[in-house]
Design a protein around this ligand. Structure first.
Ligand SMILES: Nc1nc2c(c(=O)[nH]1)N[C@H]1C(S)=C(S)[C@@H](COP(=O)(O)O)O[C@H]1N2
Ligand SMILES: [Mo]
Length: 256
């Protein structure tokens, strides 16, 4: 799998950077990486984010396409079925009891059924999805602007990130999750999508609800979203780097 190869390469690069910097900074060979390495990585990433935000204002729109541009086949990638008993139960009931909750650092935590979400004003957008494994596809996504939901729950002043908790786990039982800066939740193309190309999401594409975070790489677009938690820091969630793939070395700010 290319994801795995990319991950190994990242770990190798990190190791190289770590060793070189360690010598350069201290000339000492008996320090462990753990105490200082994460802060170096964070600085680099903050720089990437700042540079990209300067080049592309936060509210710039991702390119939108025409109906005729929609890909005949939109591949499914990563986990294509959460495969848990709980999820199978929801699927059997056509997700009639599925709810998504926004909680954490908010004034008024709320939860919406799928039906309730579908009654809210929706947005449709035809965009290109880019996966780091080297494929792209154009699809039409319909859903609720996340900003509308945020205005209802009213984030507290110390809320800095939204964390998307998903229903799927990998072979080792590690849950998929993702996160974005709170400001990006209000981007007009940031939606909780329930339709792809005019049909309810199928299981491989994240039924019943998945995030669209246009202008970011594929792995940021969390499928099977169950809970959105507003937090001040990403530390303490998963391995603390803001996402399932980020915890394995991918960039948190995956702007494209
Ligand atoms: N919950 C969850 N979300 C996920 C993934 C996953 O494995 N689990 N894979 C990610 C990756 S790497 C990509 S490219 C896209 C793929 O979305 P698709 O299956 O609809 O093409 O979902 C992203 N979101
Ligand atoms: Mo991906």
């Amino acid at each position: 799998m290319k994801h795995e190869r990319a991950m190994l390469r990242r770990q190798f690069l990190k190791g190289t950077l770590g060793a070189a910097s360690l010598v350069a900074l201290t000339g000492c060979d008996n320090l462990t990486q753990s105490s200082w390495f994460p802060s170096i990585l964070n600085k680099t990433e903050q720089l990437t984010e700042r540079v990209q935000r300067a080049l592309t204002p936060t509210n710039a729109l991702a390119k939108e396409y025409r109906d005729a541009d929609i890909s005949k086949v939109f591949p499914a990638n990563g986990n294509t079925d959460p495969g848990t008993e709980d999820y199978a139960g929801h699927l059997a009931k056509n997700f009639s009891e599925w709810a998504v909750e926004i909680g954490g650092l908010v004034q008024a935590p709320m939860s919406w059924s799928l039906a309730a979400l579908k009654e809210l004003p929706s947005r449709a957008q035809i965009t290109r999805h880019d996966c780091v494994e080297g494929w792209s596809a154009i699809g039409k996504w319909t859903g609720v602007p996340l900003g509308d939901l945020m205005r209802q729950v009213q984030p507290l002043p110390n809320a800095k990130f939204a964390v998307f908790h998903c229903a799927d786990v990998d072979d080792e039982g590690v849950a998929y999750y993702e996160s974005m800066a709170l400001a990006d939740c209000y981007h007009p193309q940031t939606i909780l999508a329930y339709e792809l190309n005019g049909y309810p999401l199928d299981v491989p594409h994240g039924a019943p609800l998945r995030l669209r975070f246009e202008r970011q790489l594929g792995y940021k677009h969390a499928k099977y979203v169950r809970m959105i938690e507003l937090v001040e820091t990403l530390a303490g969630i998963g391995d603390g780097r803001g996402g399932y793939w980020e915890d394995q070395g991918y960039e948190w700010y995956a702007g494209i």
